[in-house]
Design a protein around this ligand. Structure first.
Ligand code: SF4
Length: 343
């Protein structure tokens, strides 16, 4: 004979189990919906910011052939991914060729990038150059190899751009790279020099663009994970990480955690330069300024402290474009001598 208590208990247990499973499913559905919503927002933000940077700095024009440098890191995969999407819906026509430089580092997985690039249906070229051996031969053991390696890589990529008929070279540096470079140049180079969104290369032959200039690194990390890019590790050369860059980057991340928005403000400040309040005599004619006798609305308040670092008056602003142009036509760009943080 069946014990009625046992049957009842069994029924209750199974009802509870069904309820728990339904709750788990509902929670998983809600989580999946939330994730999809967040990724949709992220996608819109990334495409909007890249489109905005391209427009603000006139990075890509009708008929351009854009050579996208793809290293196998999260930033360059994201750059290529977003540019392909923008190309397909842009009001102008431009083409893309992805280029990877296989530097013959030990254990470099040669098939990963070609397989991915074929799957995306994008034109691509793999340039094989054994810079690894050159660097190992020329740089003494224990010294950092990144500077020479970057210089060799840059020269090769400029040459390849010419051979492929590319009119623009796109690199995957982002907002955090730009601010970090500014800090590094201030701390160690005594210069207020960042990383321009667009420049003419030091050989005078190439226009280099950085369409991710407005994009946060953390957004690229999330995008790379979401899109499951086949990331190639960046430590194959065995180089020591660039400690100065890593230290400054950690400092900025710490600031941003403690004072949210600080890195954004620093980045925005790079586009709001007030030459009359700096000390560069080439940017402002300190030698010849004279009192005019007439008040000016955006004139300086010499004796009071600034209340805040608010928006400067329009008359005093030199846009980042100008700084970039000066940089690009000056001593040439060395801002990608940055070591393992690959674009
Ligand atoms: S970390 Fe990158 S830049 Fe530095 S030596 Fe290795 S491959 Fe070259």
């Amino acid at each position: 004979m069946v014990n009625p208590m046992t049957t009842e208990t069994l029924l209750q247990d199974s009802a509870t189990a069904v309820d728990a499973a339904a709750i788990d499913r509902a929670a998983a559905d809600a989580e999946a919906k939330k994730h999809a919503h967040e990724m949709n927002k992220l996608s819109k933000r990334l495409h909007r910011q890249v489109g905005q940077a391209i427009g603000d700095f006139n990075m890509i024009e009708d008929g351009d052939k854009v050579m996208v440098c793809v290293s196998g890191g999260k930033d360059s995969y994201s750059l290529l991914d977003i540019l392909i999407n923008l190309r397909d819906r842009a009001p102008i026509k431009f083409s893309i060729v992805a280029v990877n430089l296989d530097q013959k580092q030990p254990d470099f997985p040669e098939d990963v990038l070609p397989t991915y690039l074929k799957s995306r249906g994008v034109d691509f070229h793999i340039e094989e150059q054994d810079t690894y051996s050159i660097v190992k031969r020329l740089v003494p053991e224990g010294k950092t190899t990144c500077s020479l390696c970057s210089r060799l890589r840059r020269g090769i990529l400029y040459r390849v751009a010419g051979e492929l008929g590319a009119t623009k070279i796109a690199l995957g540096h982002h907002r955090d790279d730009i601010v970090t470079t500014l800090m590094l140049n201030m701390f160690f180079g005594s210069r207020m020099k960042g990383m321009p969104p667009k420049l003419v290369s030091d050989d005078g032959k190439n226009v280099v663009i950085r369409p991710l200039a407005y994009v946060k690194e953390s957004d690229l990390e999330r995008w790379a994970e979401h899109r499951a890019f086949p990331i190639i590790p960046c430590n194959l050369c065995g180089s020591q990480p660039n400690l100065q860059r890593a230290t400054v980057k950690a400092m900025l991340q710490d600031w941003d955690r403690r004072f949210p928005g600080r890195v954004d403000n620093m980045f925005t400040a790079m586009g709001n330069i007030v030459p009359s309040h700096m000390l560069d005599r080439d940017l402002f004619p300190f030698q010849t300024i004279k009192a005019t006798g007439a008040p000016t609305a955006d004139g300086d308040i010499a004796f009071d402290e600034e209340e805040h670092c608010g928006t400067p008056a329009p008359g005093n602003v030199v846009k980042l474009v100008r700084a970039a142009a000066i940089d690009g036509h000056g001593s040439g760009d060395d801002s990608d001598d940055e070591g393992p943080d690959r674009a």
